[in-house]
Design a protein around this ligand. Structure first.
Ligand code: SAM
Ligand code: GLN
Length: 289
């Protein structure tokens, strides 16, 4: 029997993913195949007539089946790139979104102009992307990363270690809001608070695509009735951080004004800025305290 070629697998895989309702069947099939064969995605067309070994074909088929059940592509690949850095990605935490790079860039630039050391707290670190990206961008930064989920913290730890940042990025024991900073005795050091909190309205959760609603941790997404619970709980607690000078929060579409007014209530003299993402959606609220 002649072995199957890369081109044949791409066609067959894309048909199956399309039938399963996947949005980008060609891209996903090629990504799964490239990762299985350990080649770069853009090399696929160059090797399209090459045969695939039965072992690779079997592994590819297993991964394709996971994707057909609508498991997020990045969980199946086990990897994601964020801020130009590779991260391990699996069901222990939400898949990082590209718009969160807007938050990282805004925090980075503001910290540079403020000329603080800085000591940063990344609340709800998930995969650890924000903590790691800021530590990479700011060589003097010291980062405390928190999460309510012990599983997410375990994944974040792997990502911190992978980048060799364990000396500057500390994962605190699981806890909500500022509690991990308080109980570890480091709240007094924190100058910058960054967070991409859960901000989806509870009633919308089940309407999201299956990749999100059936596979990502609910605790990473559920922002309560109007999506703003996290901000409402967090902001009053922030007044107790003696050295706080910068807050950078990601928000959902249409939430920037509401979050800005929660911040203003707590910090009336803060200087606020709303920053759009690449899709021109108001995505980040930044406050210099
Ligand atoms: N920072 C990651 C990112 O940008 O991809 C993950 C963001 S995800 C939207 C929110 C994270 O906050 C989840 O990892 C979740 O477990 C965590 N979380 C939810 N409620 C929290 C709370 N009250 N205190 C601390 N972390 C919380
Ligand atoms: N951006 C995510 C979504 O649209 C939500 C992330 C969050 O709640 N922070 O599903």
């Amino acid at each position: 029997m002649t072995p199957i070629t890369i081109a044949e697998l791409v066609v067959r895989g894309a048909q199956q993913l399309a039938a399963a309702g996947v949005d980008s069947p060609d891209f996903d099939t090629s990504s799964l195949l490239a990762s299985t064969l350990n080649i770069e995605l853009n090399k696929i067309p160059l090797v399209r007539n090459e045969p695939v070994t039965p072992t690779a074909e079997r592994l590819f088929t297993q991964r394709l089946k996971r994707r057909m059940k609508r498991e997020p592509l990045q969980y199946v690949l086990g990897e994601i790139e964020f801020y130009g850095l590779p991260f391990k990605c699996d069901k222990r935490a939400m898949v990082p979104r590209p718009e969160t790079e807007t938050l990282v860039a805004a925090a980075r630039d503001a910290i540079r102009t403020l000329e603080v050391r800085p000591v940063i707290a990344d609340l709800g670190t998930g995969t650890g992307i924000i903590a790691v990206a800021l530590a990479c961008a700011l060589p003097n930064a010291r980062v405390y990363a928190t999460d309510v989920s012990a599983e997410a913290l375990a994944l974040a730890r792997e990502n911190v270690q992978r980048q060799g940042l364990a000396a500057r990025v500390t994962l605190l024991p699981p806890g909500q809001y500022l509690e991990p900073l308080d109980s570890s005795g480091v709240a007094g050091e924190v100058e910058v608070v960054v967070a991409n909190p859960p901000y989806v309205e509870t009633a919308q959760l089940d309407q999201l695509q299956p990749e999100i609603s059936q596979f990502e941790p609910r605790i990473a997404l559920d922002g309560g009735g109007d999506g703003l619970d996290f901000y409402r709980h967090l902001l009053p607690q922030c007044s107790a951080l003696p050295r706080l000078c910068l807050l950078v929060l990601e928000v959902g579409q249409g939430q920037a004004e509401a979050v800005a007014s929660i911040i203003r209530r707590q910090f009336p003299s803060g200087q606020l800025q709303v920053i759009p993402d690449l899709a021109h959606i108001e995505r980040v609220v930044l406050a210099i305290i």
